[in-house]
Design a protein around this ligand. Structure first.
Ligand code: ZN
Length: 478
């Protein structure tokens, strides 16, 4: 038989165990009540009956207590858990209590009462379930995207702030913003402190919503870097780099020490915004061409300068995560008409290239000395055309000037043109030469003026043709 002192302690334990057991049952019904009110309720409801029961037990105390006590002592230990003074559940597993302490962190006060109590096997699981429902257990807030939690923050206000900041980041500045909305369903709600989520700051939450959480390669901007040099060095494009760094307000202003994302972001959310703006835009001018046979093919000349017009547009712009993706023009008003540019386009023979036809090399047609005329020692190698002093001398076909200047062999001021295929034309006795060696000339281009330089008795044009270096009759080449 245990001693008096021991028995009295055991009796107190027994009463407490009974109280705890009934309390546990009661909490099952009204778990939100505070401990004290539960005890009060217990007392109010059961004190009468308990007294009767306990009184009835007194006569059989010696045997009864021993039996009950041995029963209770054989019952395993259980742990009644209180968070910040509020009862939250009972568990047979002391490790659950340690886990709870770790998960709740230092701001929560976790207290335990040890009782002897046989608990069903499912209690350990129920313990965690009842914790989730308990207002005594601190919550964190998850931001949900399409029903899936993507980031956790400490408070409801943080969750709201993160969502609103992402929206604000992608709200186009200026103009009338018609609409800003997430494409996804975005909301937030409480989750258990120990749900495993890392609690983020609002800044971190904003970044995760914007950029996703895929592993990111970073680049630290050095002095002199531009998006172009960085893109080139990392086998990417400026567009992709910009898309990977939605935080860059102005991609031209990256700074030494900035950190850039190198691979594409996969944002959790897409902010779709619609904005209506009124703006002035240029009306580009068109170019009208006019054919001009007096100019060689390939040449052109601006006859009238063009001028842009201006118009006022009201446009609805659709944005996705801050980037314009689509525009609708709602109305347009021309403020100033455009002026088209007019360009003369040469259709004449191209400079430098001989065509199939030849032309007469000056304005006069009187031949004063024909080809082959015998002149004592030799025959005349060309034709002399009696043209007035200063008359224009034309290239008889397109070609390239191979000689232009004074010829000491008697031709005076002279031009030689190579027409390709071994054909060279020679123009002699000119008063003035207008072309230079190497220059491409078109058929009919004025290359000089008729004169009487060199071995000439009066103004005339000596026109001579050589094929493969041999003098030929120039008449077929005119
Ligand atoms: Zn001659």
């Amino acid at each position: 038989m245990p001693g008096k002192e021991e028995r009295s302690t055991t009796w107190r334990e027994f009463v407490e165990s009974c109280r705890n057991y009934v309390q546990e049952e009661w909490i099952g019904l009204r778990s939100r009540l505070r401990f004290r009110s539960v005890v009060g309720e217990f007392r109010r409801q059961l004190s009468g009956r308990t007294v009767v029961v306990l009184s009835a037990m007194v006569p059989v105390a010696a045997v009864g207590v021993a039996v009950v006590q041995s029963h209770i002592n054989r019952a395993p230990l259980a742990y009644m858990v209180y968070v910040n003074g509020i009862y939250v559940g009972v568990t047979p597993d002391i490790h659950s209590v340690d886990r709870l302490r770790n998960r709740l962190g230092p701001e929560a006060q976790v207290d335990v009462r040890t009782v002897h109590m046989a608990l069903p096997a499912s209690t350990a699981e129920q313990f965690w379930r009842s914790l989730a429902a308990s207002p005594a257990v601190p919550k964190v807030y998850a931001v949900y995207v399409n029903g899936k939690p993507v980031v956790a923050v400490a408070t409801e206000d943080d969750a709201k702030a993160a969502i609103e900041r992402v929206k604000a980041l992608y709200t186009p500045p200026g103009g009338h913003v018609d609409q800003v909305a997430f494409r996804e369903r975005v909301d937030f709600g409480p989750v258990d402190r120990w749900s495993g989520a890392t609690v983020r700051t609002v800044d971190e939450a904003v970044q995760i919503l914007q950029q996703g959480t895929n592993v990111q390669k970073h680049y630290l901007v050095s002095r002199g870097d531009t998006l172009w040099t960085i893109a080139a060095a990392h086998n990417t494009t400026v567009d992709q780099l910009q898309a990977a760094n939605p935080q860059l307000a102005n991609p031209d202003e990256i700074q030494e020490g900035d950190t850039l994302n190198l691979n594409a972001v996969q944002p959790y959310v897409h902010v779709e915004a619609v904005q209506t703006v009124t703006r002035e835009v240029a009306i580009p001018y068109d170019v009208q061409y006019q054919d001009d046979s007096s100019m060689p093919t390939g040449q052109s000349k601006v006859i009238r300068d063009g001028a842009e017009g201006r118009k006022q547009q009201t446009v609805r712009i659709h944005y996705e995560n801050g980037r314009p993706v689509r525009e609708e023009v709602l109305s347009e008003q021309v403020l100033q008409d455009k002026v088209d540019q007019i360009v003369a386009r040469g259709t004449g023979p191209a400079a430098g290239y001989a065509g199939p036809n030849w032309i007469w090399p000056t304005t006069a047609h009187l031949i004063s000395s024909p080809y082959g005329e015998w002149r004592g020692r030799e025959s005349h190698p060309g034709v002399d055309i009696a043209a007035p002093y200063g008359a224009p001398v034309y290239a008889s076909n397109g070609g390239r000037v191979i000689f232009a200047g004074w010829d000491s062999g008697g031709y005076g001021n002279c031009v030689r043109i190579d027409h390709g295929n071994g054909v060279v034309t020679i123009y002699g006795h000119m008063s003035q030469v207008l072309v230079s060696p190497g220059q491409a000339v078109a058929q009919g281009q004025v290359i000089g003026h008729v004169g009487a330089t060199g071995e000439a008795t009066g103004p005339h044009l000596h026109y001579e043709v050589r094929v493969g270096g041999h003098v030929v009759n120039p008449m077929p080449y005119s």
